[in-house]
Each structure stands twice: as structure tokens, then as C-alpha cells.
Design a protein around this ligand. Sequence first.
Ligand SMILES: [Zn+2]
Length: 160
Amino acid sequence: MEKHTLHIDYLVFETKDALPEADRTLLEQAFVAKGGSHAPYSKFNVGAALLLENGEIIRGSNQENASYPLGFCAERTAFSAAVALFPEEKIRALAITASTILSKVDSPVAPCGICRQVILEAEFKHHQNIKVILSGETGKVFVFNTVKDLLPLFFDAEFL
Ligand SMILES: [Zn+2]
């Protein structure tokens, strides 16, 4: 038996105001997207924004349903919109934020496992990493260069 350790590098910014301008702009669009959230059940409103290679920004928000499994995460709403509008366009970056009336979200929120897999597939599709920017309402912002850092033991579709 051998013990192995995973090592993940990511950047931590004290606030969103410390981000480089392009990343801050994308995160601000995630905040705008959060306004379209439909989350009457969880009360957890999530916004996501994608930056495409052509410069377009695509927004998405979580859309819940009374039949709970039918709900969509903000990330997958944005990815679905992006492939519907620009099917061949590469995706450069994704920003995510969230808030809830139940408490202050002052630390970064991260995509769920299903969304991580969807983001990974977009990386595979275009052979390009997608920067992932994670934020709460306030506080620190985490920046990852690829979703592989959030899903380190991924199935490598490049082998197929
Ligand atoms: Zn998700």
C-alpha cells in the first residue's frame, strides 16, 4: 500500500474587488443572474455566468420545481443556454455566487458534483480548461484554473 496526496493550487482573493477586471466583471454578471433564481423551496439563490471565447457572457440561475428532482442548478442552466445559443463556442470561465434569506453567505459556494461533471465535459469537448470563480455574497473569492481541480479523480474521456 502507498499513501498518495492530492495537491490543488488555487488563488484566494480577499474580496471580489481584488479580482482582475475580467474576472470581476464575470462575477458581477453572476450576481445579476442570481436575480433570476427561482428557489422557493431551498431559499438558496444561485447565479452563474459563463464567458465564451467570442466574448459573450451567458447567465444562468437555479430553477427549482415542486417535484424536487426536476430542478436545475444555475451552472447547468447557463451551460444549456450557452450550447443552445453558441454550440461551437469554447467556454473560457465560469463564475458562481449565491445568497439566502436564511443567513449571510460569506464564503465561496462550489458547484455540486453533477455540475462539476458537466463543466468537465465542456473542457473535454473543446480541449480547453475552464477557469472557475467561486464567491459568496461577500468575503473571499476562490479561483481555479480548471474544474479538474474540483473533480480530481475524473474519468478521462480523452482515452475513449
Ligand atoms: Zn449543480
